[in-house]
Design a protein around this ligand. Structure first.
Ligand SMILES: CC(C)(COP(=O)(O)OP(=O)(O)OC[C@H]1O[C@@H](n2cnc3c(N)ncnc32)[C@H](O)[C@@H]1OP(=O)(O)O)[C@@H](O)C(=O)NCCC(=O)NCCS
Length: 189
């Protein structure tokens, strides 16, 4: 359980400057990696009518889940909110917030019953591709204990570029966030 940049529960810290410890060298070419969608799978923009399903997934996977109102606010902002649907059922969602030529991955999740099947990779790959070529850098924060998410991000070409101490609330106090980044070359090859 965890989340990336969560402006509602995370400790308020200035976004910039981030100490860039390293930047990706070996760029994965995401458009060459993705699996073809089956006819049963659909990646599309999130709609208000998806919110009950999205909130239900969020509540199962997050320590401090976003509320329906928070998702509504993201939908009505400039965020890129998308869902992955399987046979008409929402099985995952992703929220990317763009600021000028950068994007932040705010939140993503796959229904626990559908995890480990490649859907998280498929969803995030599609969402990143949808950012457009103006976007030169994507940042995210992730709990250092969230090995599943870190593995997914690394598979997509993200590298850790910093660490924020005590960024997230946790059951035992606070937990550090790994700051990860992906450059435009990773996204578009
Ligand atoms: C993180 C999450 C989105 C991954 O989605 P998923 O559909 O299960 O992931 P995939 O099946 O696409 O796996 C892609 C890669 O992620 C990594 N990964 C996925 N699950 C993993 C696990 N349990 N342990 C370690 N690595 C894992 C692997 O590198 C995997 O590639 P591989 O199958 O070639 O080894 C999902 O676990 C989830 O929703 N977690 C709860 C919410 C969350 O943590 N969101 C992210 C922060 S907001």
């Amino acid at each position: 359980m965890d989340c990336n940049i969560d402006p509602f529960t995370a400790v308020s810290q200035p976004k910039i400057p981030i100490t860039l410890k390293s930047l990706p060298k070996d760029f994965a070419i995401i458009r060459h990696l993705h699996e073809p969608m089956t006819p049963m799978m659909q990646f599309r923009a999130m709609q208000i009518t998806d919110l009950d399903a999205v909130v239900a997934i969020e509540r199962q996977v997050q320590f401090h889940p976003w509320t329906k109102q928070q998702f509504l606010e993201s939908l009505s902002s400039a965020s890129h909110c998308s869902v992955l649907e399987q046979a008409g059922q929402v099985i995952g969602f992703c929220i990317l917030q763009t600021v000028v030529d950068e994007a932040n991955l705010l939140l993503m999740a796959i229904d626990p019953a559908q995890q480990g099947k490649g859907y998280g990779f498929m969803l995030l790959e599609q969402a990143l591709a949808g950012l457009g070529e103006r976007c030169v850098m994507v940042f995210l924060e992730v709990r250092v204990s969230n090995q599943a998410a870190i593995g997914l991000y690394e598979k997509l070409g993200f590298n850790q570029v910093g660490q924020r101490r005590g960024y997230y609330p946790s059951a035992t106090g606070r937990e550090d966030a790994a700051v990860m980044a992906l450059t435009r070359d990773n996204i578009f090859g």
